[in-house]
Design a protein around this ligand. Structure first.
Ligand code: MGD
Ligand code: MGD
Ligand code: MO
Length: 766
């Protein structure tokens, strides 16, 4: 690797004073004070709300003050005092607002009233809840068939809201459930389902205290899961190895100063969050893990020859696994040349990493979007599982697989039925419970929904949260398709671009946020539940007053639309919509793993859903943990780009000042970016090679245009420590470059970490 080329003013360690200053700025807001101070004391506390920031687990011992800088931003974002009222909408046409940035739209604050689009005047106008529900129902019922509607879910929806939503949609007659997970950890679900019989991780938070080595792969916890940094740091402090594989040198993964540690703050000290750092090429991780597996097999052969104890856990493999011999043959058949070329790491480096793995008795591997948003993501995650099986690193304390989820309840939403591939056990149980027949065929995921909207097959879109057209690839194409629909409905807390892509009829329905007090018709406070990345289910109750008296809970909104569309005969929507305990009772009847749901969720830290693989029970077809013998991809995007002159591979990722499509600010301080998001990170030698200097403006051009030109104009080149031929820039601005036609095998996740691009000097007139 080259020496560190991050700009001089980039902060040295994640956390610390920089984090506290950022927290202060966000609590003060931009002249708009927030009620965040009190809220924070209750974030991830037993009697408070679940932090809407990320899906990292909470400690069992509930005394610690579990929040982080970016959790603060998420809370302050929701608790702002700014309001986007009907008076605001009266002043601005929807066409005008469409030209605003998401940053400006969201800064208008919380939505306060249900709104309906007036096509003649091109504005959103206030409408009563009852009228909105009745009209939406009429439009839905007027469709030729239920499959013409797409029902999107973003991962902040609670278990209760998501369960109600899937029940409504299935009773309405479709399995069209595109959800944010399709763009996120879908590959983890698919790969782990096949490998270990459950599409979730196997570890608990306590396992991080016991692990001897933690491999952190394709993930930037310093920004996206900051509470995880404390666990990594504690691990390095007690001598465990934290081994990072990341195409970028991420500050938070190097050092972390704890804002809650006074001595450290005064002395400016910081502790390591990793001990070993490898920078593979984009999409090179499958090769890297295969290389490490090759080293493990070589060490095993050497141990056998020398009569030493085995390196491989043969007892685990014999008792629990299938497919080992075939896998070993594939590993043997993979050449070091191909491994080095795809990964960009040397054989020596991979052997060194494998030594760390073999010296550790207990190993955890974690990963996120750097692994899941490639064409061969499923095969890569299978290879990670293979590697972990070799030494029985699953289903015992301190060891296991840990896909670190994104949205705070994205895992729970899937558990309670947001799934376009209707799981038969769920459908059977729902049919028994409700006494009806439900659709079983597969519905639409995000890419199918996009296809159906573009072809005109889809006529209606309902979004439970999220910012569909901004989060999806090819955002301009999707925006156009959404505007051709007959009906668009959005349930949301704040205004975003997606809400302005109005169909012929459009509704914007404002809901309570997680930090807000939710009272039912009897005045009783309601709690909701969420599931974190460790299969722990927690209760969450708001503590702030609602942003407006008109707001309804997501549960009540779903119940309102459902009752108006389907009537109250099969399901008593009124009763369920008014009492979350009743929804939980129903969930537990349909999904017995929830056990004594209402009772257990009121325990201080909630309860853990049964996770077979973490007890070495394998609910796979073979009833075993399955090795996968896939060969390496014939060529990674990087290799393809190398053979096409002047091509680079672009990854689109998050800055430190954003939550997905929500932009909090224009800084990315760990990467030394201030006051702008229109940057592209490139190796200094590559900058020279394209004949430019750091600071120059360039246009980024999608390399395989076909019929759709894809161009992002006016991006500043930043010299960065990144492998040659690989570049990086921010999502969602660069989604104009991500083709909806390039996606993961089996996962259908847009390949937003592997976009082939070329560069030209910026030309604003083109
Ligand atoms: N504050 C904040 N928190 C968040 C979010 C947010 O936007 N803001 N989003 C939430 C959501 S929905 C999600 S899914 C998670 C996302 O969490 P992350 O997955 O951490 O998100 P990204 O910013 O996409 O970062 C991807 C990381 O993988 C690395 N990477 C990219 N490609 C490769 C590769 O091919 N190989 C390797 N080894 N590394 C690679 C990148 O350099 C980067 O460090 O965070 C959640 N938490
Ligand atoms: N190029 C590229 N594209 C990507 C990614 C990438 O890394 N690169 N990442 C992908 C990933 S991992 C994900 S998860 C998706 C995210 O896709 P989405 O989940 O669709 O997007 P978000 O930006 O999280 O949604 C933000 C909106 O949610 C609404 N909202 C916030 N809180 C609440 C609430 O409590 N209730 C309701 N009803 N609404 C609420 C607000 O109106 C806010 O504007 O984007 C994907 N797209
Ligand atoms: Mo995500």
């Amino acid at each position: 690797m080259t020496k560190d080329t991050a700009p001089k003013n980039a902060s040295k360690a994640a956390g610390g004073w920089g984090a506290l200053k950022a927290v202060g700025r966000h609590l003060m807001g931009s002249g708009k004070p927030v009620s965040g101070g009190l809220s924070l004391l209750k974030a991830n506390q037993p009697d408070g709300f679940d932090c809407p920031g990320c899906a990292w687990g909470d400690p069992e011992h509930g005394s610690s003050f579990e929040f982080c800088e970016n959790g603060v931003k998420a809370v302050a974002w929701e608790a702002t005092r700014a309001r986007a009222t009907p008076a605001f909408f009266a002043k601005h046409t929807v066409s005008e607002l469409r030209s605003w940035t998401d940053y400006d739209l969201e800064h208008e604050g919380r939505l306060t009233h249900p709104m309906r689009y007036n096509v003649e005047k091109d504005i959103y106008e206030e409408v009563s809840w009852e009228t909105a529900f009745t009209e939406i129902a009429a439009y839905l019922n007027a469709l030729d068939n239920p499959n013409q509607a797409e029902f999107y879910t973003s991962g902040r929806a609670s278990n209760e809201a998501a369960f109600m939503y899937q029940m409504f949609v299935r009773l309405f007659g479709t399995n069209n459930f595109p959800d944010c997970s399709n763009m996120c950890h879908e590959a983890s679900g698919v790969a782990l389902g096949a490998a270990i019989g459950i599409g979730k991780g196997t570890v608990r938070l306590e396992d991080f205290e016991a692990a001897d080595a933690i491999f952190v792969v394709g993930q930037n916890p310093g920004t996206n899961h900051p509470r995880m940094l404390a666990d990594l740091r504690a691990a390095t402090e007690r001598g465990a190895r934290v081994v990072v594989f990341n195409t970028l040198k991420e500050k938070g993964l190097k050092r972390f100063a704890d804002p809650q540690n006074k001595r450290e703050m005064l002395t400016g000290g910081s502790e390591k969050t990793s001990t070993d750092y490898y920078c593979p090429r984009l999409g090179g991780d499958m090769a890297a893990f295969r290389g490490m597996a090759k080293a493990v097999f070589a060490a095993e052969a050497a141990a056998q020859a020398a009569g030493k104890p085995a390196v491989i856990d043969h007892a685990f493999i014999a008792e629990h696994c299938a497919g080992f011999d075939k896998y070993q043959a594939t590993v043997n058949a993979t050449s070091w040349d191909q491994i080095e070329n795809q990964s960009g790491l040397t054989r020596a480096a991979l052997e060194e990493a494998a030594d760390i793995y073999m010296a550790a008795d207990k190993v955890i591997t974690t990963w996120a979007m750097g692994i899941t948003q490639h064409r061969h993501s499923v095969a890569t995650i299978r290879e990670i599982a293979n590697f972990m099986f070799l030494r029985g690193n699953i289903g015992r304390a301190g060891a296991g697989l840990c896909p670190v989820r994104g949205h705070s309840n994205v895992q729970g939403d899937r558990t309670v039925g947001i799934n376009e591939k209707a799981p038969s056990a769920l459908i059977d149980a729902m049919e028994r419970e409700l006494g009806v027949t439900l659709p079983r065929g597969p519905g639409h995921n995000v890419l199918h929904a996009i296809g159906a909207m573009m072809s005109g097959e889809a006529r209606a879109f309902v979004g439970l949260g999220g910012n569909f057209a901004r989060a999806t690839p090819d955002s301009p194409l999707i925006a156009k398709a959404m505007q051709g629909l007959d009906l668009t409905v959005h349930v949301a807390t704040k205004l975003n671009h997606g809400h302005l892509l109005t169909g012929k009829h459009a509704y914007l329905l404002p809901c309570l946020g997680r930090t807000e007090i939710d009272r039912n018709s009897k005045g009783l406070r309601q709690i909701v539940t969420v599931e974190d990345s460790m299969s722990m289910v927690h209760g969450s109750g708001g503590i702030n007053l609602p942003a407006s008296k008109e707001l309804k809970s997501e549960v009540a909104i779903v119940a309102g639309i459902a009752k108006a569309t389907l009537g109250n005969d099969v399901v008593d929507w009124d009763a369920l919509g008014d009492d979350n305990d009743k929804i939980r009772d129903l969930i537990a009847r349909v999904l017995p793993i929830f056990g004594n749901f209402n009772q257990d969720v009121r325990k201080p830290r909630g309860f853990r859903l049964r996770n077979g693989a973490s007890h070495r029970e394998w609910h796979t077809a073979t009833k075993r943990a399955n090795f996968d013998a896939s060969p390496l991809p014939e060529a990674t995007e990087w290799q393809e780009a190398q053979s096409n002159d002047a091509e680079f591979v672009l990854q689109t990722l998050r800055s430190h000042d954003q939550y997905n499509t929500t932009i909090y600010g224009m800084d990315d301080r760990y990467r030394g970016v201030f006051g702008t998001r229109d940057v592209v990170f490139m190796h200094p030698d590559d900058i020279a090679q394209i004949g430019r200097k750091a600071g120059d403006l360039v246009d980024i051009i999608g390399a395989h245009q076909g019929e759709t030109p894809r161009v992002a104009q006016g991006f500043k080149l930043m010299a960065y420590d990144i492998p040659r031929g690989c570049v990086a820039g921010y999502y969602p601005e660069l989604n104009v470059l991500v083709p909806h036609t390039s996606f993961g095998d089996e996962s259908f996740t847009p390949a937003s970490k592997a976009v082939p691009v070329t560069f030209r000097p910026s030309d604003p007139h083109e």
